[in-house]
Design a protein around this ligand. Structure first.
Ligand code: BG6
Length: 277
């Protein structure tokens, strides 16, 4: 392993296989047995130590993008680049469960100087489940944004259809406007939208001949993102691979940021299912 490569844990059970990195508690790869990879990762550019990845299921926390003020750095917070403590694993015949923890003793910043504990539980088998629990371990209420920023692998994003957002209000980060989704969503250019919806979303992928179904609990928003060709050129771990990803994220952002009283906890859970067409 190169010194720049984050440490990794492999999962291989009869129903599925995958790989999780200690850096970011990043579920980098997962697929049910017999399926092509379900999560996008660049075929030749690896995840590098300390660099925010455009692959797998990064954790955005405690802010999203540049945060409420728009100028917070690093983009999407520090949780996706920090090295989490590996707490343990449970293996049974159907799935493997990996547990990670990150606390304010491990990673913090002046922009959000609050005591906290993050617990991430990843279950990999025939389905994928990622659960992120934030606990306020400090004496004051805290407010944070979060997202499980899943990079779904698609045959060609231009051929894919997203169902389940019809009627949902959204903020379009490309145009800066607010609108309401009418019907299914087929992307035709750079897309960066925050939908206020908790409904399941189904991605139909005729090129790979499958449907990916996204369900969440504890998430008020879905973020849908693809940079398209121009913006992808500036991301070296996306580049010309942009047609092969579609981010469908479970999130609590903007007006849906979470406020936790002292001692309270909140869990955001993201579940992914694969069905043949
Ligand atoms: O390049 P980053 O920091 O990983 O962000 C990627 C994208 O992540 C999406 O979730 C945001 O809505 C986009 O605005 C952003 O460009």
């Amino acid at each position: 392993m190169s010194p720049d490569a984050p440490s990794t844990r492999a999962v291989d059970v009869p129903d599925g296989a995958g790989e999780v990195l200690d850096q970011g508690a990043l579920v980098l790869r997962w697929a049910p047995t017999g399926q092509a990879p379900v999560l996008f990762a660049h075929p030749t550019v690896p995840v590098r130590a300390g660099r925010p990845p455009h692959a797998g299921v990064p954790v955005c926390w405690p802010w999203f993008g540049g945060g409420p003020s728009g100028d917070a750095t690093p983009s999407h917070g520090w949780a996706r680049s920090a090295t989490w403590a590996f707490v343990g694993e449970d293996v049974d015949s159907r799935e493997t469960t990996l547990r990670y923890r990150l606390t304010s003793q491990d990673a913090s910043g002046p922009r959000w100087p609050h005591p906290y504990r993050l617990d991430l539980v990843a279950r990999l088998g025939a389905h994928l489940e990622v659960a992120l629990t934030t606990t306020n371990t400090g004496p004051e209420p805290v407010t944070f944004e979060e997202a499980l920023h899943a990079y779904l692998a698609v045959g060609d994003v231009r051929e894919a259809t997203l169902t389940g957002l019809d009627g949902a209000p959204f903020h379009d980060k490309v145009t800066g406007e607010d609108a309401v989704q009418a019907g299914d969503l087929v992307l035709t250019g750079e897309t960066d939208r925050v939908y206020r919806s908790e409904a399941p979303v189904v991605l139909t992928d005729p090129v790979l001949g499958r449907r990916l179904r996204v369900e969440t609990t504890g998430a008020a928003d879905r973020v849908v993102w693809n940079p398209w060709s121009d913006a992808a050129a500036g991301l070296d771990d996306v580049g010309d691979q942009w047609p092969h990803l579609l981010c469908v994220e479970g999130a609590n952002v903007l007006g849906d940021a979470v406020t936790l009283p002292p001692g309270d906890a909140h869990t955001l859970t993201y579940r992914l299912f694969v069905e043949d067409l």
